[in-house]
Design a protein around this ligand. Sequence first.
Ligand code: HEC
Length: 216
Amino acid sequence: MNIRTTVAVPLAAFLLAGCATPEPRPDYDALLAQMMRDSFRDEGIAKADRLQQDAANAACSKAAAGSALPEALARSLQEAALKSVRLPSDGKFLGDWREGEKLAQSGRGMTWTDKSAAPATNGGNCYNCHQITAAEISFGTIGPSLLHYGRQRGVTDPESPLSRPIVEYTWTKLYNARAFSACSGMPRFGHAGVLDETQLRNLMALLLDPKSPVNQ
Ligand code: HEC
């Protein structure tokens, strides 16, 4: 055997072996789902059904893993989100900004130690992702700054018909952020039953009432 065959034969055998038994890629999505199911259980008001993704969550998780969301799918998810939105039953969009500020500050609720799953016991946790008033200097930056939100958008009288588009947009955004952005990372406060109408009105006032510290 000359030197060439000494090298070539084992190399060919090695390459062939590589072709014959391809390493199967683990199904990471299935493994992750199993790990989540094994790690969580019903506890108090916090039920394991929270692990079940709806169509939008599943599509967006897949996109987050690297595949872009096809435009038609993004549009249909946004349309479905928009249909989920219920405008205030009495046509009143704004409540009390002082209560809104308390909600924006509070990140509590929906945990297994809570006595009730009723939205009225939950906070909005808005400062976790947004700057809102100038006085609060502790805030997250996952979402855009909401300081001067109403003023910047020209809302001097939220009751005026001229303000209606921005008022409705803001309500819709709080109710289901995915109506305008298919894979928004913002919690769907109304749609998911995190906050009730009264709470949403108070947050609306925080953002849009000209007297709110947001608009000073
Ligand atoms: C987990 C992070 C997160 C939390 C919590 C959160 N948001 Fe957001 N929010 C975002 C992100 C990200 C955006 C920008 C993307 C988008 O438009 O969906 C956004 C966008 C918005 C917008 C639209 C801004 C614009 O100029 O159009 C409003 C209004 C808003 N948030 C209000 C709130 C309020 C009020 C709360 C609390 C009840 C809140 N957000 C809680 C992440 C968050």
